[in-house]
Write a protein that binds this ligand. Structure first.
Ligand SMILES: Cc1ncc(COP(=O)(O)O)c(C=O)c1O
Length: 366
């Protein structure tokens, strides 16, 4: 068959072992997944209450335009409904953007390490990939700007960045946006924005009005705790949305996912509560690292990337045997580091006690 040449070299996304499999393999009663930055507190109790009594008719197709969800998100963000596009998770939007703008002969600029799906989708489309190393885990926007040329079509800025959790400063972002040529789409992926301290910063939605070549991506998968429902959205000027919309699948959010996203959005008290708890949980990890002389990246998210001074694959395996699934830095291109989703206080305490045990076994601590 006439497969695209690049498909031969590609592997499917490795999602990590399912919890049930880990339980069986290591004879564990309980397994905690701290690998994919989901919300350890689940989702709003209002969503729970709704799901118990919902009798939607799933025999019919959902509203492909997600009208009610669109109205809710537009009101919440104070943007026009026509400035929004919904995806089956923001993964879907990354694929839509890539499909619309990347092809052999053009290039795309991104940071490394950063979220893997930018690269993965660009590879499928056969575009040239220009990866610019992060500096102290942060996007080096000056070098990214230098990497842009007449053939560049899309630039990805993951802010906060996954897997480092770091953010670029407002000034850096502003001067970057000013300099990017107007025929290059800037994708500002804000999957973790709900965890950021935004009290001092400019609302990035203002940039959407200023820059016709900007799209912001957000998701209900992280702080809203709805990862399984697969709802992400993009915010841009109407022209950008109108170009991307024909590339979108016709019914890419289910009836149920649209309904729960609306309810989740209404419960901002839940988001605030999770954000506060996450900040406390993050402190548990920072204290652990500081007391033991382990480097860590300052995180503005619900995960933290830190040094273990040992083979991260071994640490990953040993923690899995003890009932915790995390991400090995090796898999992310950062050896001797691990990325851990911040869990509940109890999960974090247990995790850190077991990590101490593992790192002592590995000879990291005397
Ligand atoms: C930076 C970033 N963007 C996008 C996504 C995709 O999220 P979803 O497709 O669940 O909305 C993730 C998920 O881990 C992420 O970390």
């Amino acid at each position: 068959m006439k497969w695209k040449q690049q498909i031969y070299e590609m592997k499917a996304y490795q999602p990590g072992k399912p919890m049930e499999e880990v339980k069986k393999e290591f004879g564990l009663e309980e397994v905690v997944k701290l690998a994919s930055n989901e919300n350890p507190y689940g989702f709003s109790p209002k969503v729970k209450a709704f799901l118990v009594n919902d009798h939607s008719n799933h025999a019919i197709y959902p509203d492909g335009y997600a009208q009610e969800l669109r109205t809710a998100v537009a009101n919440h963000l104070n943007v026009k409904e026509t400035q929004l596009i919904f995806g089956n998770g923001s993964d879907d939007l990354i694929a839509i953007i890539t499909r619309a703008l990347l092809y052999p002969g053009v290039n795309t600029v991104m940071a490394t390490p950063s979220f893997s799906q930018y690269r993965h989708n660009a590879e499928i489309e056969g575009a040239e990939i220009r990866e610019v190393p992060t500096k102290d885990g942060k996007h080096d926007l000056v070098s990214m700007l230098e990497a842009i040329d007449g053939q560049t079509s899309v630039v990805w800025v993951c802010n906060p960045n996954n897997p480092t959790g770091t953010i670029v400063s407002e000034e850096e972002l502003q001067s970057f946006l000013k300099e990017v040529p107007s025929d290059v789409l800037v994708v500002l992926d804000e999957a973790y924005i709900e965890y950021m301290d935004l009290s001092q910063s400019k609302d990035t939605l203002d940039y959407v009005n200023e820059y016709p070549n900007l799209i912001i991506l957000r998701t209900f998968s992280k702080a809203y705790g709805l990862a399984s429902f697969r709802v992400g959205y993009g915010i841009a000027q109407e022209d950008v949305i109108a170009k991307l919309d024909p590339v979108r699948g016709p019914f890419n959010n289910t009836i149920l996912s649209q309904k729960v996203a609306i309810i989740a959005l209404e419960d901002q008290a839940f988001i605030e509560d999770c954000k506060e708890r996450n900040a406390c949980g993050k402190e548990q990890y920072i204290k652990f690292c500081e007391e033991r002389g382990l480097n860590y990246y300052p995180s503005e998210t619900n995960f933290i990337l830190f040094e273990v001074k040992a083979d991260s694959d071994v640490v990953f395996k040993e923690m899995m045997k003890r009932g915790f699934i995390i991400r090995s830095g090796n898999a992310l291109g950062i050896p001797e580091y691990i990325r851990v989703t911040i869990g509940t206080e109890e999960q974090n305490n247990k995790f850190l006690t077991l990590l101490e045990e593992v790192l002592t076994e590995q000879g990291v601590f005397a």
